[in-house]
Unconditional design. Structure first.
Length: 150
């Protein structure tokens, strides 16, 4: 199970987060800062897996990968397979590469409650583009109604 997702840049500025495990805002901020600091301190050739031992609320592992200037980090359970987590992370990045839209929408299409639901890139991108068309048609209908009322 994926407990959290943190995406941040090389300067440590967090760009996106999603939490699938309950934590207080203080715990989230502390964990985010710790994970970002530890990942940025690691050398480029080091392993992409961090053990999160010192925290009672997050006994697990953080897996991460750097793409261009962004780090993508998933927090997974202790007994989960790191390679399957890295595979889901990589599929997420590939979907973002094909669909340059709402990153949360892609995430919600792939993951449900912290579990991978759909890993086929074509299906994920197709559904995200379908949502865009639906939103576009909804806004056109809304504008037409507004112009007819006025």
């Amino acid at each position: 199970m994926i407990n959290f997702i943190i995406i941040f840049n090389r300067q440590g500025k967090i760009r996106l987060t999603r939490w699938y495990q309950y934590m207080t805002d203080k715990q989230k901020a502390s964990l985010s800062q710790d994970v970002v600091t530890q990942i940025l301190a690691r050398k480029r050739g080091m392993c992409n897996i961090l053990e999160l031992e010192g925290r009672r609320e997050t006994r697990g592992k953080a897996i991460y990968k750097r793409y261009a200037s962004l780090f993508f980090c998933f927090g997974i359970d202790w007994n989960d397979n790191e390679l399957s987590g890295l595979e889901v992370l990589h599929k997420y990045v590939e979907c973002l590469d094909q669909y340059f839209g709402n990153a949360y929408q892609v995430m919600d299409e792939m993951l449900l409650g912290g579990h991978a639901q759909e890993t086929n890139k074509k299906v994920v991108v197709k559904h995200c583009k379908g949502f865009d068309k639906l939103e576009e048609s909804d806004s056109i209908v809304h504008n037409l109604r507004a112009s007819n009322i006025a």
